[in-house]
Design a binder for this molecule. Structure first.
Ligand SMILES: [Zn+2]
Length: 400
């Protein structure tokens, strides 16, 4: 009996070990196969590879300063230092299109059935995504850890880039980037700013603003798709303005010279912030409601108030922002903005890799071409593509 039971136990152990090996192999396969499939299904591409920009456009593209206020590329496991044949952007593709700087934005929570009309905060798709992508266990149940991990990912990319990707966290680093790129714009160095899609990673603690600042965050959205401890979302349930905690957070962002991003926040909260804060704000990825009447966009009077304070409106490249996400449709939104708030306040905020369907960084010059063909003067194109953003950052980033 004893002998038989030992034998059986041995057999059970063996089966257990095999089951474990099979599970590990399946998990490894899942980890390798699932993330790219998932990303391909969420970051869909509009293909303009058949359209060639003119030589004049390519010359302007190579010569002008180009800065983008919004990309969610850090959410995915794809190595941003390598050129990929999926997703919208990575460093090699940004370099080829002549980019000087990208604002990388961290997504930390996204409701199931996410839509631009109304979402609650009681579900989250990002949890499954971070587990499938094998992110550290501490990120599984902490939005703060998810934000800190994305800061680490960016820091690792900078460290492994041979100087081709550099942090821009203050005026000094911005000046270093400018010097590295040189007058002739032949250098491939790209600057990276870090921002958050909503301030729920603060987990309702003011002290976490300083932790995120130390990790490199220099722009904070207030909300994403759902109401949070700071304010109502443009796509939430309450449509509320700032909470008392939200109002205190605004003061702390301002004290640290963190740029406040009004994208996704309720109209009530956006109005309150423009009144409370002595600094100008940015809408990092948006369209104009007067041009494209969706629940994703702010009305024209609010956009004018943001610009009147010296703020920037960054036009996105996807359908809910610009209605027609073609190079010409994006140009139309930019031209509408120039006519509404003036050419000093309109910039670009692609929302690449933000679960959007859009043209990729490789086809970006076609937007420049569309602006030129619509009669927008070269000096204005230069402002929109990067000149305005550079001037803003030179004023509003911390000195050091
Ligand atoms: Zn967004």
């Amino acid at each position: 009996m004893a002998h038989n039971s030992t034998k059986r136990m041995g057999k059970t152990k063996k089966i257990g070990l095999w089951a474990l090996v099979v599970l590990i192999v399946l998990y490894a396969a899942f980890r390798i196969i699932a993330p790219p499939l998932l990303e391909k299904s969420l970051n869909k591409r509009l293909d303009y590879s058949g359209q060639q920009p003119s030589a004049a456009t390519l010359a302007l593209q190579a010569d002008m300063t180009i800065m983008d206020w919004h990309s969610d590329s850090l959410l995915w496991n794809r190595n941003i230092l390598q050129s990929a044949d999926y997703g919208h952007a990575d460093i090699p593709r940004l370099q080829a299109a002549g980019f000087d700087l990208m604002m990388f934005t961290a997504v930390t929570k996204s409701p199931r059935g996410q839509n631009i009309a109304e979402n609650t905060d009681d579900s989250d798709n990002i949890t499954a995504l971070v587990i499938a992508q094998g992110w550290p266990v501490k990120t599984w149940d902490s939005l703060l850890e998810r934000a800190l991990f994305q800061a680490e990912k960016l820091d690792d990319a900078v460290a492994n880039s041979n100087g081709e990707l550099v942090w821009v966290r203050n005026q000094q680093e911005l000046a270093t980037l400018r010097a590295a790129r040189g007058e002739d714009h032949t250098s491939r160095t790209i600057g990276a700013l870090l921002g958050a899609e909503g301030a729920h990673p603060l987990e309702a603690k003011l002290a976490n603003i300083d932790r995120m600042y130390e990790a490199g965050y220099r722009m904070m959205g207030i909300t994403h798709f759902f109401d949070n401890a700071l304010a109502g979302s443009l796509h939430g349930v309450s449509n509320a303005g700032l909470t008392p905690f939200g109002s205190k957070a605004i003061n702390r962002f301002d004290a640290l010279e963190v740029i406040i991003d009004l994208a996704h926040v309720s109209e009530a909260a956006a109005w309150e912030i423009t009144k409370q804060s002595p600094r100008p704000q940015v809408v990092s990825h948006t369209g104009f409601k007067g041009h494209c009447n969706t629940d994703r966009n702010f009305p024209d009077d609010l956009m004018k108030a943001i610009a009147a304070k010296g703020g920037l409106i960054a036009v996105g490249f996807w359908e809910q922002a610009v209605c027609a996400p073609t190079p010409d449709g994006i140009a139309s939104a930019l031209i509408y903005g120039i006519n509404l708030v003036g050419e000093d306040h309109v910039v670009i905020g692609s929302d690449w890799d933000g679960s959007t369907t859009s043209l990729t960084a490789s086809d970006f010059p076609l937007i420049t071409e569309a602006l030129a063909s619509r009669g927008v003067p070269e000096a204005t194109i230069r402002k929109i593509m990067g000149g305005n953003s550079l001037a803003f950052l030179q004023n509003w980033l911390p000195a050091e």
